[in-house]
Design a protein around this ligand. Structure first.
Ligand code: SF4
Length: 575
């Protein structure tokens, strides 16, 4: 069964900004209310409630604190009423909705009649009518035009999430009555793209799943759009609503989601489809899939990625292929990942529920693995590298523990620097795969270590940045000050592309100067770039699969290096 995920599925800019605003306000320690649910997802609302963020109830007696107006916006009277109640009002209205509010207000003030295509009870429409001093007319389609009184210099616009076809048909019908009709296409570009894409996908697949809350108007319209092209379309709020009987004789499934659907709900739906698909898979494919999930969820794949990079860097420097050195680094790294994953499990629950479920289920096994790899790693560091490396291993473990248990140790202030987790992870990955294993070379000829270390740094930072981008939504909800939360994912993705480009330039430069051992690294760079492009163009399904592929691209280094050595038959591999 082929699965096609819409590129524009999930949070839109407006919802995301409003959510960021609410979480930022919550950091101030006051009771925070939202004027209506900020997104239509009970799980998120529960989590927000745990952070002191609740939905303001109409009958709330003497509320105190701050109220955030959500992306839909609200009428000016609402702002005044809330302030009268003694609440501090923070405006989280989406900038695009705010533009429409101004447009309505301006035209009403000029004495024109404003006709809005929208749902009369939708909060955004109620807000727009309020900005038009209660004078705009709301219709739901061309069939309601007859209800309108004679209009004076009418202008026509739409609720930002309206269906485009309906907008065009209504405009056409209105223009027949009012040839001089002034129209503003106020349907948000995110909505247009989402609907266009849903249409296109629905045409090409056997079945469409629209993921999103039943209260969400834009999800309902997305379903209408999909149904218009493919009657075999269903709306699901959660993965639990998917009925396996829908998929009999279905060869391709398209997935799209409303503007307020969190990523992890889409991931859950994807996992559910995978489960259904597994029933038809061969034993071999199922085993490979389980094995890959095991090595990825436990962190073995990450440490294998480090092992591979460390071997690649050793290869670049013409060293013999001693496996014991990268193995030491990989074991230490594995133990550090396991600590970090357990401590970070809450945000993981939102980013990748299947990884969370796995770690909770096999908690003991993975913890034993973490402790054993740390003991073995430090022992190897002492035996093969020296006392300094042993001390450094202990210091790294202490730093990770300090960061992971910052709240319990009262160290939150020290570790509150934005992006510290990403940069720290990148630093440890870089350090363990390069400088940690080459102390003597650093002392004897530091210049010779510059390019290899720079390469390690580019690999480590791109890997961490990409992970950070993929974990954005969970981090945002958990209040983690990661780089993606601080700088936004688009900017971070651009940086990742730039650093990957730099990495390729260095590798090509090394190859051109005669170092053929740059090839394995170059191949890994290309594979990683493929993952980045896959993410950017939404060609690869989101979630842990993408992170897994990114880590697998590192593993290519060791495979290619081994192949190269075997072919040239010059350097032998030894423990
Ligand atoms: S759908 Fe568009 S207008 Fe509505 S909140 Fe999202 S970005 Fe803003």
């Amino acid at each position: 069964m082929k699965i096609r995920l819409a590129g524009h599925a999930g949070f839109c800019m407006g919802v995301r900004k409003a959510l960021e605003l609410v979480l930022k306000e919550a950091e101030k320690g006051e009771r925070i209310y939202t004027y209506g649910p900020i997104i239509h997802n009970p799980q998120v609302l529960q989590l927000l409630e745990g952070k002191g963020i609740g939905v303001l109830k109409e009958d709330e007696s003497s509320p105190r604190g701050t109220v955030v107006i959500r992306a839909h916006g609200a009428a000016p009277e609402v702002f005044a009423e809330l302030e009268e109640k003694g609440l501090r009002v923070v405006d989280g209205t989406c900038p695009k909705v705010r533009l429409v509010q101004r447009l309505v207000n301006k035209n009403v003030s000029m004495g024109r009649d404003v006709v809005i295509l929208g749902e009369p009870q939708h909060p955004e429409v109620i807000g727009l009518v309020g900005h038009g001093k209660g004078r705009p007319f709301v219709i739901q389609g061309p069939e309601e035009i007859q209800k309108l009184p004679p209009l004076k210099e009418p202008i026509f616009l739409a609720q930002t999430t309206q269906e485009r076809d309906r907008f065009l048909k209504t405009r056409e019908a209105l223009e027949k009555l009012y040839p001089g009709l002034k129209t503003y296409d106020t349907i948000c570009s995110a909505t247009k793209e989402r609907q266009e894409e849903a249409k296109e996908i629905a045409r090409k697949v056997d079945l469409v799943l629209v993921v999103g809350g039943r209260e969400s108007g834009n999800t309902k319209r997305l379903l209408d759009v999909a149904k218009g092209e493919n009657p075999n379309s269903y709306q699901v709020e959660t993965d639990g609503e998917i009925d396996p009987s829908w998929f009999v004789n279905v060869k391709s499934v398209g997935i799209t989601a409303g503007a307020s659907t969190p990523n992890w709900m889409i991931i859950r739906v994807l996992r559910r489809l995978e489960e259904i698909q597994q029933r038809y898979e061969s034993f071999f494919i199922r085993t490979v899939r389980h094995l890959l999930r095991f090595v990825f969820f436990t962190g073995i794949l990450s440490s294998l990625a480090l092992f591979s990079l460390a071997m690649g860097i050793m290869g670049l420097q013409g060293d013999n292929r001693y496996l014991r050195f990268p193995a030491t680094s990989a074991l230490l790294f594995l133990s550090l990942i396991i600590i970090a994953r357990y401590v970070d499990k809450e945000s993981m629950n939102y980013n990748d529920p299947s990884m969370y479920g796995f770690l909770m289920r096999f908690r003991r096994v993975v913890l034993v693995m973490g402790v054993s790899s740390f003991v073995l790693g430090t022992w190897l560091a002492h035996k093969y590298l020296g006392v300094w490396e042993l001390v450094l291993s202990l210091l790294m473990a202490l730093a990770v523990m300090g960061y992971s248990f910052q709240k319990s140790f009262g160290l939150s202030k020290i570790f509150s620097f934005p992006g510290l987790r990403t940069l720290g992870e990148a630093f440890i990955f870089m350090f363990l795969s390069g400088p940690f294993l080459h102390r003597n070379s650093w002392i004897q000829d530091p210049f010779s270590q510059l390019f290899p270390t720079l390469l390690c740094a580019t690999f480590a930072i791109t890997k961490s940045l990409f992970q950070d981008i993929l974990r954005f939504q969970g981090d945002l909800l958990m209040g983690e000050r990661s780089l993606s939360v601080t700088f936004d994912t688009e900017r971070l993705l651009r940086w990742t592309f730039v650093i990957s480009g730099l990495q390729m330039i260095i590798t090509v430069g090394l190859i051109l100067t005669g170092n053929i051992y740059g090839f394995p690294l170059l191949l890994a760079s290309f594979a990683f770039l493929f993952c980045l492009l896959g993410y950017k163009l939404k060609l690869i399904l989101i979630g842990s699969r993408l992170e897994m592929l990114a880590e697998l691209s590192f593993v290519l280094i060791i495979y290619t290096l081994w192949l190269q050595d075997w072919f040239l038959n010059k350097i032998s591999w030894t423990w």
